[in-house]
Design a protein around this ligand. Structure first.
Ligand SMILES: C[S@@+](CC[C@H](N)C(=O)[O-])C[C@H]1O[C@@H](n2cnc3c(N)ncnc32)[C@H](O)[C@@H]1O
Length: 193
């Protein structure tokens, strides 16, 4: 059985190799060409130290980041305190029933970080947190499913099968990526049916 990750401990020990100290290059490229309505409200689950969430807020969108780790959130609040329209809250994306729903969910290395046996719960959580007709934009790690993780792999086919009953796939592509992640990242843009 896969051992659950203690995320707070990972941040305490600074054992956070996923954190590159800046927003994902693929997200920056996408934000530079997006045509979303300015009032789009964005949720970034598993936001970690908040770099991607800050990019959304800097692009003009009211943005909320949630994460299990208080330490990661405290770093995010300090580093990005001058960025308007940006809030960070502790929260469990899989277990909490949200008080409000969002127009867009952006995720980056959360799906691959959770225990693979919880992937159906992840898909259900999207339904809880996202408005009908809302968008789901994701940067997933794509490599064969591994027993050891995180990150746990996922294939493009597995990802598409997981979400296609409730989402329409608008586009998927290989994004510009962090050094060392060539051939590991794929971006998906979905619209909730
Ligand atoms: C691999 S890290 C990625 C962090 C960030 N997205 C990034 O790319 O830097 C996974 C993050 O998801 C958070 N996390 C894991 N399970 C979660 C859950 N159920 N709800 C909210 N956050 C979760 C962890 O605390 C961690 O910050």
């Amino acid at each position: 059985m896969t051992k659950e990750t203690d995320w707070e401990e990972r941040y305490q020990e600074e054992d956070t190799p996923w954190d590159k100290g800046e927003p994902a290059p693929g997200l920056i490229d996408w934000l530079n060409k997006q045509k979303l309505a300015p009032e789009t409200r964005v949720l970034v689950p598993g936001c970690g130290r908040g770099h991607d969430a800050s990019a959304w807020a800097k692009a003009g969108f009211e943005t909320t980041g949630i994460d299990l780790s208080y330490l990661a959130l405290s770093y995010a609040r300090q580093k990005y305190e001058s960025v308007p329209n940006l809030a960070f809250f502790p929260g469990d994306f899989l277990e909490e029933k949200p008080r409000e729903t969002y127009d867009l969910i952006f995720e980056h290395t959360l799906y691959c970080a959770i225990n693979p046996v919880r992937r159906d719960e992840y898909a259900q959580a999207l339904d809880h947190w996202l408005k009908p007709g809302g968008h789901f934009l994701a940067i997933h790690f794509v490599f064969p499913l591994s027993e050891e993780g995180p990150p746990f792999g996922a294939s493009k086919d597995e990802i598409i099968k997981r979400f296609e009953s409730t989402f329409e796939l608008i586009e998927d592509w290989k994004p510009r990526h962090f050094e060392g992640r060539q051939d590991e990242e794929r971006m998906f843009l979905w619209k909730r049916k």
